[in-house]
Design a protein around this ligand. Structure first.
Ligand code: 5GP
Length: 186
């Protein structure tokens, strides 16, 4: 086995590449139907949502605009802190716009609730959320999530945009890491 091989570090594949792509097509079809005749601004949350955004936007058979926000809330560990620091704000004026936030994963939803409130306060006509993955804690969120790809167990996952110490974002599937990865990291 080649130790440089990225999937050598996986304990299990939770969601395969095919399952992800099929689900993204499903989500895109639902969004197309719901936003028929309306302009949508897709807002991706960097860096994790890069892969979802790229595939989701291309699965939409219509014009969309894309913008990005970045905030820090996680560091390189595996626990959500809920502390929000804006690293990159939107470039777009969202007054009167229909905004669809595109997310990779919702855990506690703390950061996302803050983002939704923030975008609403800027006068967006609507703010909805589309996430590929959702963990059980997220059901306690005050804001509702309109589009959910997969509900997953409360485990730390990597791949398809999701990192551990900035690695594994380029995996095509979503999986859990083998124990040796955490012990090697010290
Ligand atoms: P929340 O505020 O919902 O608790 O945390 C959201 C952010 O935490 C996600 O956008 C993601 O960056 C990170 N996160 C939450 N769960 C996981 C996970 O299982 N794996 C990885 N890599 N990041 C996660």
């Amino acid at each position: 086995m080649d130790p440089d091989q990225i999937d050598h570090d996986l304990k299990a594949v939770l969601i395969s590449e095919d399952q992800i792509q099929a689900k993204i097509r499903e989500l895109a079809a639902a969004v197309e139907k719901d936003y028929d005749g309306r302009d949508v601004l897709l807002v991706g949350v960097l860096k994790g949502a890069v892969m979802v955004m790229a595939d989701f936007a291309r699965a939409l058979d219509r014009h969309v605009e894309m913008d990005w926000v970045a905030y820090s809330s996680y560091g390189s560990g595996t626990q959500s802190s809920g502390v929000v620091r804006i690293l990159k704000d939107l470039d777009t004026d969202i007054t009167g716009r229909d905004v669809l936030i595109v997310e990779d994963i919702i855990d506690t939803g703390l950061t996302l609730s803050w983002l939704v409130a923030n975008l609403r306060s800027r006068g967006a006509a609507s703010v909805e959320i589309c996430t590929l993955l959702r963990k059980p804690e997220a059901v306690k969120m005050a804001v509702s999530v309109k589009y959910v790809g997969f509900d997953i167990p409360d485990e730390f996952v990597v791949g398809y945009g999701l990192d551990y110490g900035e690695k594994y974002r380029n995996l095509r599937c979503v999986g859990t890491l083998a124990p040796h990865v955490y012990s090697d990291a010290g």
